[in-house]
Unconditional design. Structure first.
Length: 337
């Protein structure tokens, strides 16, 4: 059985560094591992190894940041939506994303990390968020393609997280997935309208958007399993239920059929059905581009981060006013008691 002590040994170079643990800690860890092995859930107040806690804070806070930064590329189009109906839908979608960010920050807070700490990590560039949001949204068709491909990839990745071993995260994901499903459908429906009733220029706009978002959408699932440093441990702990590559493959297989129905081509000459594997083969993903974007050098990284920092600074007076009001109320309550 894998234990936290083994993990520390591996990290610190051998048994000489092994920390001494009390009998109680050993027992707690054995109970934790048994619950995980049984497919059970861990609640916020349960004992958990420090590495499990840190892994969850890392993943949940990155996920929360992705939702919040993910509002920016779409927010860019709210004032330019072509009809009132599309504007209402887009507004509701962006608002949902703010809500998802808040559920997720709340889930991460149950692990003992404050929202201010998470924001600080984002604003100083120490925290990651999904690579996909560092690409520009150049046309209205991008709104449809983000719904279809980006939200489609997000659902593929997030449905298994509804069974994540950390119960507060799993519960947040159930609600998020219901809303993501609406997001994916509204995007696909917007594209169907353009492809079935649009002008030649509008159809071309859809194809151009698909060409630009296809490869970045595949990168959303993370590096290949063999190069994913966190996967093995996260799978063992039931944080991740399906691997990066397996989810990517499921997404490709589902999307090829949807692309046919839509009447667009996917920009991969190597994409073809493999009878033996009962799956599609696909061409090489540009992992150098992925790491460039993850490490801060994508087309819009600076713009996205600056927008978040500006929003934080512009909102300082609201936070100050709320704190002053809370202090005043506290004083009134104290005097009345
Ligand atoms: N972008 O060992 P790995 C949305 C990082 S929001 C940036 O495989 P892990 C939406 C990874 O963090 C969608 N970084 O990691 C919102 C790790 O770095 P650290 C967001 C990435 O955690 C608004 C390193 O690479 N969804 O859908 O086992 C509008 C090695 O990777 C990316 C989630 O956050 C990436 N694409 O697996 C519309 C889902 N991929 O931390 C839509 C929850 C990897 O070691 N998260 N990295 O420095 C997950 O499921 C997992 O964290 C991942 C990565 C599959 C993403």
């Amino acid at each position: 059985m894998y234990t936290q002590a083994m993990d520390l040994m591996a990290k610190e170079g051998g048994p000489a560094q092994k920390p001494l643990r009390s009998a109680e800690e050993v027992q707690l860890e054995a109970r934790f591992e048994a619950r995980i092995d049984d497919g059970g859930f861990i609640e916020a107040k349960d004992w958990m190894p420090e590495h499990y806690r840190k892994t969850l804070v890392r993943q949940i806070s990155q996920h929360a940041h992705s939702e919040i930064v993910g509002m920016l590329p779409e927010g860019n189009w709210i004032t330019r939506a072509p009809t009132l109906k599309r504007k209402t839908i887009l507004l509701a979608k962006v608002q949902d994303e703010a809500g998802h960010g808040l559920y997720l920050y709340a889930a991460a807070e149950t692990l003992g990390t404050s929202r201010d700490q998470m924001y600080e990590a984002l604003h100083t560039g120490r925290a990651k968020y999904s690579s996909i949001f560092n690409y520009p949204t150049l046309s209205w068709a991008d709104m449809g393609v983000i719904g279809w491909l980006v939200d489609g990839a997000a659902i593929m990745n997030q449905v298994p997280l509804c069974r994540c071993s950390y119960a507060p995260y799993a519960r947040a994901m159930v609600r998020i997935c219901r809303e993501e499903s609406f997001h994916q459908r509204q995007g696909y429906e917007a594209l169907l309208t353009m492809m079935n009733h649009g002008t030649a220029a509008q159809k071309e706009m859809v194809q151009d958007a698909v060409n630009r978002w296809w490869w970045p959408s595949l990168m959303m699932f993370g590096p290949p399993d063999a190069e994913s440093p966190n996967s093995a441990q996260s799978m063992r702990w039931g944080i991740k239920r399906i691997s990066n590559d397996a989810l990517r493959q499921k997404f490709i297989d589902a999307t090829v059929e949807q692309a046919k129905l839509l009447g667009v081509s996917l920009p991969d000459p190597d994409l073809k059905w493999n009878e033996e594997r009962q799956s599609h083969d696909y061409g090489p993903i540009d992992w150098a581009e992925f790491w460039r974007v993850v490490n801060g050098d994508g087309p819009c990284n600076r713009e996205r981060l600056n927008a978040r920092v500006d929003a934080w600074e512009d909102g300082a007076w609201v936070r100050d006013a709320a704190m002053a009001y809370a202090r005043k109320q506290q004083q009134i309550d104290k005097e009345a008691a």
